[in-house]
Design a protein around this ligand. Structure first.
Ligand code: 3SL
Length: 244
C-alpha cells in the first residue's frame, strides 16, 4: 500500500483513482463547512464545482428540504441562502435538509476526486475521525491519498498542515508505506508547527483574505482540532455523515 499527499488538486492523477481512498482537505473553509453541516444534521451535502450547475440542481430538488450554499473569492454568491461560513450551517439552517454547495476550490477538488474507490472529507475539526477512516482504507488494501484543495491551483498552508497531521497519525500504521514526497513535505511542515497549530493557521495567506472579508472568526472555528467525529463520505454523488 502507499500513503501520498497531493499538495494541490493538480497533483492528483485522475487515472489513478481506482483502488484508491482519497480524503479531500480544504480547512479554510469548505471541508470544515461540510463536516459542520453534517454534524448539525444535514441529510447530505452535494458538492458542485460550477455555480450555475449548483443553482440548476437545487431548483430540481424540494425547495423546503434544500439549502443552496456557496461562495466565490470568499463572498456569498448572489441568490444563495448561505455562504461558506461553517458558523452559518447551524442545526436550524440545515437539519434534515440537503445542502447543495459550490466553493472556489474545495468542491472543485471533490468533484475532481469523485472517481476514487472511496472518497471522504477531512479538516482539522474531524482530523482524528478522518485518520481512522484512512487507516481502515489502508487495512482494506487500498492506497490512500490526501488531496489539498489549495487556492486556485496553488498550495495553501492550512491544507498542507492538515494533510501533514493526517500523515503523522498514520505513520505507525504498517500499511502506510511508502510515503511519497508530498506526504514527507506535509509531515515535516506539520511537525514543525504542531506545538502551535492555530498560530501557523493565522499566518496563512487565506487567513489574511478571510480577515479582509470580515470572516476572521471562521479561522478560529476551523482551527478547533478533533472536535467533531463525523467523516463526510461520498456516495451516489453526495456526501453523507459517516461515523468512526
Ligand atoms: O476555496 C474554497 O473552496 C473555499 O473554502 C474558500 S473560502 O474560504 O470560502 O473563501
Amino acid at each position: 500500500m502507499s500513503l501520498s499527499v497531493a499538495l494541490h488538486p493538480g497533483g492528483l492523477d485522475p487515472e489513478s483513482l481506482d483502488g484508491r481512498a482519497v480524503v479531500v482537505v480544504d480547512v479554510l473553509r469548505a471541508s470544515t463547512t461540510i463536516v459542520t453541516a453534517l454534524a448539525n444534521g444535514a441529510r447530505a451535502v452535494i458538492p458542485v464545482a460550477d455555480e450555475g450547475e449548483a443553482g440548476r440542481l437545487a431548483a430540481t430538488l424540494d425547495r423546503e428540504a434544500t439549502v443552496l450554499g456557496g461562495e466565490r473569492g470568499g463572498r456569498q454568491l448572489a441568490g444563495f441562502a448561505l455562504g461558506n461560513s461553517p458558523s452559518a450551517y447551524t442545526p436550524d439552517a440545515v437539519a434534515g435538509r440537503t445542502v447543495v454547495l459550490t466553493t472556489t476550490n474545495g468542491t472543485a477538488a471533490l468533484v475532481r476526486a469523485s472517481g476514487a474507490a472511496r472518497l471522504a472529507v477531512g479538516a482539522l475539526v474531524n482530523a482524528a475521525a478522518a485518520a481512522v477512516w484512512l487507516g481502515r482504507a489502508l487495512d482494506d488494501g487500498l492506497d490512500a491519498t490526501v488531496v489539498c484543495a489549495g487556492w486556485q491551483g496553488r498550495v495553501a498552508l492550512e491544507d498542507a498542515l492538515c494533510a501533514g497531521l493526517l500523515v503523522d497519525r498514520l505513520v505507525g500504521h504498517d500499511r502506510a508505506e511508502p510515503l511519497d514526497d508530498g506526504a514527507r513535505i506535509a509531515l515535516g511542515l506539520y511537525r514543525g508547527a504542531r506545538d502551535d497549530l492555530a498560530r501557523a493557521l493565522f499566518g496563512a495567506d487565506h487567513t489574511r483574505r478571510l480577515v479582509a472579508l470580515g470572516a476572521g472568526d471562521d479561522v478560529a472555528a476551523c482551527a478547533r482540532l478533533d472536535t467533531l467525529d463525523v467523516v463526510p463520505v461520498y456516495r451516489d454523488r453526495q456526501l453523507v455523515a459517516g461515523q468512526v
